[in-house]
Design a protein around this ligand. Structure first.
Ligand SMILES: Cc1cc2nc3c(=O)[nH]c(=O)nc-3n(C[C@H](O)[C@H](O)[C@H](O)COP(=O)(O)OP(=O)(O)OC[C@H]3O[C@@H](n4cnc5c(N)ncnc54)[C@H](O)[C@@H]3O)c2cc1C
Length: 410
């Protein structure tokens, strides 16, 4: 694709995480030769977060990797402003304020501010030894705590909490997971998958407590005891909280953009201001496969929505319409899911879900609205293509291991 706009145009990206990093890469790859400013509150160059709860926690020798080094940005003439947040978007003057006073002008602006962790507002929630996980610094701090024999309470049985629990067990910590709901990963996955993961964690020595919320944390200056809502007490050396994120929408709201549990964008990643785009965890966007507006917290969305936004800023007029895809690694299980269904009327399975080697399809009639694979990464690649192509194999074909997904694509 060739650049369509004048080289004098200036594009500014707020948020130097995965989506911001991919966006500036895609701007140059799509031929944009104007000025690019990338503003990041963190001091680091853009990096991807999935290793923070996996490799980086489970193995203290694992290296922390950036998406690109400093020279890469210099070679592409991308101006970096790291270590201070953008504080104001002045839409009338088309400029962004960084920190207290520095300003940067834009012709088009991209918002990729992601989200911040949801914090527990409980007594003892700020004691030393209480951790959250979003940044590399937080991952390194948790990693330091995971010495063999340390007693860790993980609050929240979602993806992040369970990945932390698995990493802590791999490092021989004693791990308790508190989950207020009646099953694990209940926000995103059906009950049968949650049950398989309860079993997986219990077999690996994680003490999974369902239907149990946290009431408070006690200790003299540092974490000593976690008190559950039931009154039960659990001795702990450290607590890691993984109860979700809150999209970082304040800047957009203050600038008068449409916000509703995320910055509202259309299929072209445009906000309610045609000069401002948004991508990644911070967006609430339409998804044709989900049939509604959704906000995704996923690596794939951070990458591909950012690329789509960048290309559209540079003159392409391509809608972003991808089947949502997410993965999680816990112990020896690779979980992948396609789609983001909020309802389905029948389920088909292939293989053996309870043995962690199988697939579960969520369907409405014969339409696949969601698919979950346990240790089936290759199949999931084809299933995503099946869903994208709108194929409707029969239940018998989906269930039969002898029917190849490649065949069903034809
Ligand atoms: C521990 C962990 C493990 C994960 N594992 C997986 C996984 O296995 N699979 C998967 O699909 N997804 C996973 N994810 C999710 C995935 O990492 C996110 O979806 C992705 O990081 C979102 O990218 P983003 O750029 O939209 O937001 P972020 O990565 O949150 O980046 C946003 C950046 O914007 C900055 N910022 C915010 N406000 C401002 C401001 N005003 N000015 C300047 N900068 C600002 C923030 O500091 C941050 O650096 C994981 C996430 C975490 C935290």
């Amino acid at each position: 694709m060739r650049r369509i706009f004048s080289t004098m145009e200036s594009f500014v990206v707020i948020g130097a995480g995965q989506a911001g990093g991919r966006a500036v890469e895609a701007l140059r790859a799509s031929g944009f030769e104007g000025r690019i400013d990338l503003i990041g509150a963190e001091t680091h160059l853009p990096y991807e977060r999935p290793p923070l709860s996996k490799e980086l926690l489970a193995d203290d020798a694992a290296p922390f990797e950036l998406m690109h080094d400093q020279a890469w940005y210099e070679e592409r003439n991308i101006t970096l402003h790291l270590g201070a947040p953008a504080t104001v978007i002045d839409r009338d003057a088309k400029r962004v304020v960084i920190g207290d006073s520095q300003t940067v002008a834009y012709d088009k602006l991209l918002l990729t501010m992601g989200g911040g962790v949801r914090r527990l507002d409980i007594s003892g929630g700020d004691l030393a030894g209480v951790h959250y996980l979003r940044t590399v610094e937080e991952s390194l701090a948790i990693g330091k705590m995971l010495v063999a024999g340390t007693r860790i309470v993980v609050v929240g049985g979602g993806f992040i909490g369970l990945e932390i629990a698995a990493s802590a067990r791999i490092r021989d910590c004693a791990v308790v997971v508190l989950e207020a709901a009646d099953r694990l990963m209940g926000r995103a996955l059906p009950e049968e998958i949650g049950n398989v993961f309860s079993e997986l964690h219990r077999q690996n020595g994680v003490d999974i407590r369902l239907n149990l919320g946290i009431e408070r944390i006690e200790g003299a200056g540092k974490v000593e005891t976690v008190v559950a809502a039931s009154g039960e007490t659990i001795e702990a050396d450290g607590v890691v909280v993984g109860v979700g994120i809150v999209p970082d929408t304040a800047l957009a709201s203050e600038a008068g953009l449409d916000v509703d549990n995320g910055i509202v964008v259309d299929e072209y990643c445009r906000t309610s201001d045609p000069a401002i785009y948004a991508a990644g965890d911070v967006t609430l966007h339409p998804n044709p496969f989900a049939g509604r507006h959704i906000r995704l917290e996923s690596w794939q969305n951070a990458q591909n929505q950012a690329i789509a936004a960048a290309q559209n800023m540079n003159g392409a007029n391509t809608p972003f319409t991808e089947v949502p895809w997410f993965w999680s690694d816990q112990f020896d299980v690779n979980l992948q899911m396609c789609g983001a269904p909020d309802e389905w009327d029948n389920v088909v399975t292939r293989g053996d879900i309870s043995a962690r080697d199988g697939l579960l399809f969520q369907r409405v009639g014969e339409t696949i609205v969601g698919a979950i694979g346990l240790n089936r990464p290759r199949d999931m690649r084809f299933i995503k293509r099946l869903m994208t192509a709108g194929k409707t194999p029969t239940a018998a074909e989906l269930a039969d291991e002898d029917v190849g997904f490649r065949e069903l694509l034809k």
